[in-house]
Design a protein around this ligand. Sequence first.
Ligand SMILES: NC(=O)c1ccc[n+]([C@@H]2O[C@H](COP(=O)([O-])OP(=O)(O)OC[C@H]3O[C@@H](n4cnc5c(N)ncnc54)[C@H](OP(=O)(O)O)[C@@H]3O)[C@@H](O)[C@H]2O)c1
Length: 233
Amino acid sequence: MSLLQGQVALVTGASRGIGAAVAERCAAEGARVVRVSRTLRSNRRGNLHDLACDLTDWDQVSRLTSVVLDQYGPPDIVVSNAGAFLLRRLEATQAEELDHQLAVNLRASFAVAKGFLPAMREAGRGSFITVGSVADHVGFPENAAYAASKFGLRGLHETLLQEYRGTGVRLSLVSPGPTDTPVWDPFDPDRREGFTPRAGMLHAEDVAEAILFVATRPPRVHIDWLRLGPLQR
Ligand SMILES: NC(=O)c1ccc[n+]([C@@H]2O[C@H](COP(=O)([O-])OP(=O)(O)OC[C@H]3O[C@@H](n4cnc5c(N)ncnc54)[C@H](OP(=O)(O)O)[C@@H]3O)[C@@H](O)[C@H]2O)c1
């Protein structure tokens, strides 16, 4: 029996990396999947529905929310995953780079939560899963802007946990360690001392599996925070 038969899952940042793996896994488990990113062409085939949206733009998120709620009603699962990464020391970080990290990693997730959680609350059910990072609770050098956005994201999650307590909506934060996705391409971790080489990283499918686990617990179970990373050797 497919785990998500009859369910609707919306995944942001689903054009590649972790989001693409989550969307694929949800579809394989029978869900109708709405994939969202800037570069996906709006399109529908089989149980996949792609919607182009720049999540840093409030108006676009508002339109996305209306389209999805009109067509599907409140999703059973929202995976707020879209993100961007930056490795830059504080003194070299430009104001626009900080703004971009905050816009994609924090404000976009805020907007997605604001868009979908009211309808999920009304329905009294659903899983809202935020993809954080090891950098949402640990500081690393060269991570000031990224960590600021991800620590903020964890703060948002902790607050929403309180605001949605008792509503039937399960909010979860999944915080992966280094994962081999295109996000690392500009930074070449194999040549940087102190970084996990790509071969030692998690795979996007490992994170997708963790997210599926969180989303498919029996209704009485709530995983509020799941951390995972590569086994240290
Ligand atoms: N890879 C890691 O080591 C790692 C570790 C911990 C946490 N994470 C987190 O996992 C999540 C996914 O990362 P990833 O490694 O899979 O990165 P990735 O391969 O670069 O994918 C990022 C996704 O976000 C989308 N995106 C970026 N800006 C967007 C915007 N303004 N509006 C809509 N979509 C946008 C991208 O699609 P478009 O370009 O098509 O818009 C893409 O689908 C992020 O939140 C990241 O912080 C990653």
